[in-house]
Design a protein around this ligand. Structure first.
Ligand SMILES: Cc1cc2nc3c(=O)[nH]c(=O)nc-3n(C[C@H](O)[C@H](O)[C@H](O)COP(=O)(O)OP(=O)(O)OC[C@H]3O[C@@H](n4cnc5c(N)ncnc54)[C@H](O)[C@@H]3O)c2cc1C
Length: 321
């Protein structure tokens, strides 16, 4: 048996989630005594296979085709489904990214495979996999078994550690018939700025209604600048028109798991916690000592964010020299 990992790249660069999923794939392959196979799809992406070799896959299959230059569901689903049919693996892993969320259910439906999405852990015991996934906005954790021959899972970004492994295997070509696309990418508008993408960021500084006005985000940006962080937002700030929806963290926004999440003027509503509760360290800054954010925060700072955040920025500048 084998484990297949879908290696996500965008614009010829491997995404951080790919390293996480391949590392987890290797760990599970070792536990199950399976081989690890990685599918890399795109146009002009053969060079990326070298980078992937560091993670100890037994085989890296490269599907290099001009039709795969832009991500389209039809083309990528055809390639991944064909590769799975060829390899007949026991387990297929993808990242729970925008692409993974789109691709995994399509491929699972085509192959009649059971899929557990947004896993925060995958265990192998007694010859079977158990998939751990938060439910009810993170209030409970469910563990699933999948009965289909091919089992599929998407893994939450920033949860699984990246680990390089010896044992780089072979790089092989993979090709299949790619159907004529039913959709066409006309234009890609990339959000400007050097900030890390929210779901991949190690540190996130988020602002909420407690900022009082849209200009308050300038302070959050300053804090983020000094920490090299991404900037997030609560839904209240998005609904007020202070921030674009792409920055919203929570049940109806993005799910993030950074090493450090700084919530400024955010009360900690359950729907917000659903998106950031799995952060490794949470700092809450709030003037209300009863705010729910303090129930989940590792460090709570009770005070006016307009006093606390500038002081924090000054201290960080001092520390950073
Ligand atoms: C179906 C559904 C889905 C939802 N999805 C999401 C989601 O994805 N993400 C999300 O965030 N919300 C979501 N919500 C909304 C959620 O319930 C809350 O309304 C929202 O998270 C509140 O945002 P907030 O914490 O910024 O605002 P508030 O709850 O108003 O909190 C503002 C906080 O700022 C503090 N404050 C005020 N002034 C200062 C100051 N000067 N210094 C320090 N602290 C100060 C206050 O004490 C307060 O705790 C959803 C709701 C529903 C019903």
């Amino acid at each position: 048996m084998s484990i297949v990992v879908f290696a996500e790249q965008r614009g010829g660069t491997l995404r951080k989630i790919t390293y996480e999923v391949v590392s987890e794939g290797k760990r599970l392959a070792a536990a199950a005594g399976d081989s690890l196979k990685v599918l890399l799809a795109g146009s002009d992406v053969a060079g990326l296979a070298e980078e992937l070799k560091k993670f100890g896959a037994d085989e890296i299959a490269v599907a290099n085709d001009a039709a795969l230059a832009d991500y389209t569901t039809d083309a990528y689903a055809a390639v991944l489904a064909a590769y799975i049919q060829q390899e007949n693996p026991g387990l297929v892993l993808l990242g729970h990214s925008a692409i993974g969320k789109d691709l995994a259910p399509r491929v699972a439906a085509r192959l009649d495979a059971g899929l557990v999405s947004d896993c925060i852990d995958v265990k192998f015991a007694d010859g079977d996999y158990a998939f751990v996934h938060p439910i009810y906005a993170g209030k409970a954790i469910a563990t699933y078994k999948v009965n289909s021959a091919v089992k599929m899972a998407t893994l939450r970004p920033n949860v699984f550690p990246v680990e390089e492994n010896a044992g780089a295997g072979s790089v092989v070509d993979f090709s299949t018939e790619i159907p004529a696309p039913r959709t066409k990418v006309l234009e890609v508008k990339q959000q400007g700025g050097d900030r890390p993408e929210l779901t991949e960021a190690d540190i996130i500084c988020s602002g909420g209604r407690g900022l009082g006005n849209p200009d308050g985000f300038q302070l959050i940006e300053q804090l983020a600048d000094i920490l090299g962080a991404a900037v997030g937002s609560s839904r209240a700030a998005v609904d007020a028109g202070w921030r674009d929806h792409q920055f919203q963290v929570g049940q109806t926004g993005k799910v993030v798991s950074p090493n450090l999440y700084i919530a400024c003027g955010i009360s900690g509503a359950i729907q917000h916690l659903a998106g950031m509760g799995s952060s490794k360290c949470i700092i809450g800054i709030n003037k209300d000592p009863e705010a729910n954010i303090f129930n989940v925060a590792d460090y709570g700072i009770e005070g006016d964010l307009y006093k606390v955040v500038p002081a924090l920025i000054e201290k960080l500048k001092e520390v950073k020299g």
